[in-house]
Design a protein around this ligand. Structure first.
Ligand code: CTP
Ligand code: CA
Length: 227
């Protein structure tokens, strides 16, 4: 599956993928982050490259090697991810936001290491821009947008609400508590939500899920052209 351009479904298409966690600095030695491994986003990027696409991958800090033929842009914070996505969204045909973006950043990043003091340390956090919602509000009609929804309860309700609110063509919903799903492993169990219905996918590799997502996005684009 690693042969470059093993197939050509996405030949001539530009795919923009975000992956991994973001890190929000507190001081020069500490940050707030999450458990995202980047595996899902990297699998999508690899699948897209193998299907013949030109791929840009905006990645938070992960310990994965860049898939062959993929143009990777490394970022650290949610603000940096936002900037990189905005710089590259113009030329993208398909945009897939698999990253686990930090919802909040530390208001004042200390220039010096924060010293241990009293028993309680309070940090004020500020909400980060919602990158997916920004793309949803600004995308061109021919661009196809796919977001993710990572939930621990009320999966379908919460995911559908995100799809609508962020104007996504498709949302990949997964429950962190499902066996075989989640951040660390090489498999996932997901439900694909579109305006006209849902597709429940069983346990599969993140690579296979990536391919399925890309094929559905192709269908969405084809249907749109047909109307
Ligand atoms: N997302 C984003 N920018 C943010 C937060 C989230 O682009 N600042 C994107 C994620 O990449 C994902 C989707 O929004 O594709 C859903 O992320 P999720 O964390 O599940 O949803 P939120 O809208 O942040 O809501 P909550 O964390 O409260 O469930
Ligand atoms: Ca969030």
């Amino acid at each position: 599956e690693d042969i470059l351009h093993a197939s050509s479904e996405l030949k001539g298409k530009h795919v923009l993928v975000s992956a991994g966690p973001t890190q929000e600095a507190m001081d020069p030695v500490r940050f707030i982050s999450n458990h995202s491994s980047g595996k899902m986003g990297y699998a999508i990027a690899r699948a897209a490259a193998n299907m013949g696409a030109e791929v840009t991958l905006v990645s938070g800090p992960v310990s994965l090697s860049t898939p062959y033929g993929v143009n990777k842009i490394s970022i650290t914070s949610a603000n940096e991810m936002s900037q990189a996505i905005k710089e590259h969204m113009e030329e993208a045909d398909f945009i897939i936001k698999a990253a686990a973006v930090g919802d909040y950043r530390v208001e004042h990043i200390s220039n010096e290491k924060i010293k241990k003091q009293g028993d309680i340390l309070e940090l004020t956090l500020h909400k980060n821009e919602d990158i997916l919602a920004y793309i949803g509000a600004h995308k061109k009609p021919e661009q196809v947008l796919c977001g993710f929804a990572m939930e621990t309860e009320n999966l379908l309700e919460n995911a559908e609400e995100k799809r609508k609110k962020k104007n996504c063509d498709m949302i990949v919903a997964n429950n962190l508590k499902t066996e075989g799903a989640g951040f660390q492993g090489d498999t996932n169990v997901a439900v694909l939500l579109q305006e006209n219905g849902k597709e429940e996918l069983g346990l599969m590799s993140k690579y296979e899920l990536g391919k399925t997502i890309l094929l559905r996005m192709l269908e969405i684009q084809a249907n749109r052209k047909g109307t």
